[in-house]
Design a protein around this ligand. Sequence first.
Ligand code: ZN
Ligand code: ZN
Length: 321
Amino acid sequence: MPDGPTLIPIPVFTEYAWHLPCPQCDADARQPCQAPRKQSRHDRLNKLLTQNGRDPIPAPEYGFMHAQRTAAGVRHRARDIGAAPWREDRTPGVRYDTIDRSEPWTAPSRSDHPELILAPDDVDRSGRARLGANRYDRSTIAWPYGLEDGVARAVRKDPERLARALVHLAVGRSTLVSWASHYGLTSSRREPCCTRWLTRPAHRVCRLDPMTGDRECWDGYSYGRDWRDHPMAWTTTEGRPAALTSAPYLRPEHVATELDILTSRDERLAWISGADGWYGFHTHQIVIWRRDLLGRIDTADRIRDAVQTALSPAIAPPGTT
Ligand SMILES: [Zn+2]
Ligand SMILES: [Zn+2]
């Protein structure tokens, strides 16, 4: 006899709390609280228990959560119970909780050979879609610093420098849009405050500490310095923060320790460094990204090489072979 749907119970309050952000430590929904004291109290107790030949107490299913987050879970649950019919009147198979579970995401698999976007019209179309319109001049595309229209305008009276600038722009822009399309990324119109931005489910800046008034950032309010030279922030098409790219002149070994420490703060993060990327000028592209959202990622260098090869007969500046 086939089983019909069963009655779905209202989840426990800790499950409610898990799907809510923590008002106390600013942890996002579905991210563990930063509660080191609760953890060490638990560790101490378990040490005592095992020393006395007793079984240790398992950690709670949703980790150690702050009291304010738990309380928010309890309130949400109470509202759902209040709104649901009496138990005996509930329909089997129907969910009576209103938890926003935000469907789990699986990183897409991609071809090893990114499709190159080369034709100027296609590059512009893709640039407009991936980067949006320039804030100050809506008729132009918001190319990042170093790839804006001004680069060619500045040297327009010198044919040789103009030719070089046009090559630089063609290669850089084509590389950028090919890379972004390959990974399904869109440039964020809003600026992140720090690397912690990548851990958020949607754009949000870190909140201000109520005591000191400082922003509770990971790496300070320092977006745009050191390894963050020429920064760009990227989201998935759904607007989820997914990657930060930069192009510092610093060599990767000078920033590796900092990036290792930063990415070790959340197991979903990883970083990689490369060469010119789309910025050029002997910079070293850095990509920090969300592994769970994007899977494996490469810097833009391989794409740049392929773009350069594909465009070379069309863009070789006069006097070069
Ligand atoms: Zn918390
Ligand atoms: Zn921050």
